[in-house]
Design a protein around this ligand. Structure first.
Ligand SMILES: [Zn+2]
Length: 199
């Protein structure tokens, strides 16, 4: 080490000794278990959309399957077992897979990261004319959490596309209404037109 290097090292070290050191948060580890290169691309794209929106996800694993049984006959499902958070993704139709991943990531952002507080949920239910956030007895499109996940997915796509009838299509579907709901949930505007992460 030359004298210059020693001097630089001291310059860097001194402030750290004299000031409290800010705790560095552990990096969030997100694992992807794909079966194909395309599935890996879709997962990376979906994660990049959340990052672009500034919506912080918790540690999780995304596992792809080539059958619907693994997801309880759904496109995808979020399973939480203690600290283990896993999205099982069974939708392999490229036209729907990205949207489905965003939907499950939105559930993760909501349920695991705790990003939608009680007041926001109440306001969202009122806005969408719904009665319950997560009543399993209600049809899919009458549960606040499902509409929320689908509206977040809608707003993170590159272009607005209609919300499918199977998930969250109840209530007003015009762009202004969906944008209002998206902003209520996330605090930001939809990412439409953002081409940075086309992937
Ligand atoms: Zn869902």
């Amino acid at each position: 080490m030359t004298f210059t290097h020693i001097a630089l090292a001291l310059l860097v070290a001194i402030p750290q000794l004299s000031q409290p050191v800010a705790a560095t948060p552990d990096p969030v580890v997100i694992k992807i278990v794909p079966a194909t290169a395309q599935q890996a691309q879709h997962a990376e794209w979906a994660l990049a959309r959340f990052e672009a929106a500034g919506l912080e996800l918790p540690p999780l694993t995304i596992v792809f399957h080539d059958d619907y049984q693994s997801c309880g006959m759904r496109e995808g499902v979020l399973r939480i077992a203690g600290e283990n958070v896993t999205i099982h993704e069974c939708q392999n139709d490229p036209s729907r897979s990205r949207r489905s991943l965003l939907h499950e990531l939105a559930h993760t952002w909501d349920h695991v990261a705790g990003s939608i507080d009680t007041d926001t949920r109440t306001d969202f239910l009122r806005l969408r004319g719904l009665q319950s956030w997560d009543d399993d007895d209600l049809p899919w499109n009458q549960r606040g959490e499902e509409q929320a996940a689908e509206i977040i997915a809608w707003g993170l796509m590159h272009q607005p596309a209609p919300i499918p009838t199977s998930v969250g299509d109840r209530g007003r579907q015009d762009t202004l209404s969906l944008t209002t709901a998206f902003i209520l949930l996330t605090g930001i505007r939809p990412l439409f037109g953002d081409t940075e992460f086309q992937g």
